[in-house]
Ligand binder design. Structure first.
Ligand SMILES: Cc1ncc(COP(=O)(O)O)c(C=O)c1O
Length: 407
């Protein structure tokens, strides 16, 4: 047997993706991490190049991935317990590190309990499997992350049990709530905290207020869920993300350890009943090995740092560098979307120009993400810059200088 027939069919599908301009470029391979030196932040070497690159495309907002305490904690956990759990959680794959991380992250996001997952992606899918039934109606923001869209799909609810509101449009959210059929018992409203391609945030205080006003209409109420994967750890007065910024806490919080915390893994935080339902019903929790103890130990250390003076000063630096970059773009007369978050989009609004600018930045040692048609509508072409706490003022000035010279 061979897969020749399947391979030809797959190749045709890949050609069609490519013709639509939807294929991902080849993956660049990082071969070396170069620690910060003097006025410059860390640099990276890529396979096939002698250049040193600055990453302006990393989600590691607090730059904790290479922090000596995280590395030491991961090393110690590995030396003590080994590299893999050997089984899923309910078949003795649960180690003290898993429990400790669940308690720590729940306390961090001010919820009674939490369950950890391999990623935020699988957390969203697991959450949907745990809380949805035939009488559940789901409502989401039009620009929600792919993992939320996928989570809503795997609930297998009929299309009339779904509503999508225009991005951050509260009038349209009300319309979606008004349209819920009377036989529905449970309404779930789910949204990103930070919209990762734009750096803008959900007005959680307004969403929570609106949902509360509809709560009595439904047997199980209206449940709010924020997926604040890009927000938690990255902004807000105490680093608790969009809820911190809006001073409003949705019923359920989903997040990742793989962005500001610099490690890997995801979580769902909420009531004890919710956490137990997730443990019993979330296939993406039950039937897969958990995070390694090394990941858990590193994530625990990251949260502790976030809650310390060191964390607050990293957050302050991140805020300052973000403000410096935003101000610099403004001074150059370049368009962005305003906001407090270290995702700073540069609105280029032309596909060719966006591609040329991404190439020019790459040739000058700067890694960024460009979004062009058809991934975004014509006119919305953007370059996403992500500021990290490790960027120095000199790094920011270097990029701004490059942008000022681009023709
Ligand atoms: C809102 C949101 N949820 C989930 C994810 C996925 O996170 P993870 O890598 O932990 O699966 C992302 C990542 O981009 C995201 O922006």
């Amino acid at each position: 047997m061979s897969t020749d027939k399947l391979d030809s069919a797959l190749n045709l599908e890949l050609e069609s993706l490519s013709a639509d301009g939807r294929t991902k470029p080849p993956e660049r391979i990082i071969e070396k991490y170069i620690p910060p030196r003097g006025e410059t932040g860390p640099r990276y070497r890529l396979k096939g190049s002698e250049m040193e690159f600055i990453r302006f495309n990393s989600n590691s907002y607090l730059s904790l991935s290479n922090h000596p305490s995280l590395v030491a904690a991961a090393d110690k956990a590995t030396l003590d317990f080994g590299v893999g759990p050997g089984a899923v959680r309910f078949i003795d794959g649960t180690f003290s590190h898993h429990i400790a991380l669940e308690k720590r992250i729940a306390a961090f996001v001010k919820k009674p309990g939490a369950k950890i997952f391999n990623s935020a992606y699988t957390s969203n899918c697991g959450l949907a499997l745990s809380i949805s039934n035939k009488k559940t109606h789901w409502i989401g923001d039009q620009l929600n992350h792919n993992s939320i869209i996928r989570a809503m799909r795997i609930t297998n609810i009929p299309s009339e049990n779904k509503g999508i509101y225009k991005h951050n449009d509260m009038t349209d959210l009300r319309r979606c709530l008004e349209e819920v059929r009377p036989e529905i018992e449970r309404v779930v409203v789910v949204f990103d905290g930070i919209f990762s391609m734009r750096g803008d945030f959900a007005p959680i205080h307004e969403i929570v207020d609106i949902c509360r006003s509809y709560d009595d209409k439904f047997k199980d109420g209206v449940i709010t869920i924020v997926d604040d994967s890009h927000g938690i750890g990255a902004y807000g007065d105490t680093g608790r993300g969009t809820s911190d910024h809006c001073n409003a806490w949705p019923d359920i919080v989903v997040g990742t350890f793989g962005k500001a915390f610099g490690v890997n893994g995801g979580f769902i935080a909420g009531s004890h009943a919710l956490v137990e339902s997730v443990r019993q019903k979330a296939d993406t929790y039950i039937y897969t090995n958990p995070l390694s103890v090394a990941d858990c130990a590193a994530a625990l250390t990251a949260i502790d740092i976030c809650d310390s003076d060191e964390g607050l000063s990293l957050l302050e630096n991140l805020k300052d560098r973000t403000a410096q970059f935003r101000k610099g773009l403004e001074n150059l007369g370049l368009e962005s979307i305003s906001g407090p978050h270290p995702v700073v989009p540069l609105m280029v609004r032309e596909t060719q120009k966006t591609q040329d600018l991404v190439k020019y930045l790459f040739e000058n040692g700067v890694l960024v993400v460009g979004l062009t048609f058809p991934v975004v509508p014509r006119g919305d072409e953007t370059i996403r810059f992500q500021i990290n706490a490790c960027h120095t003022s000199t790094d920011i000035l270097y990029v701004l200088d490059l942008l000022s010279k681009f023709q």
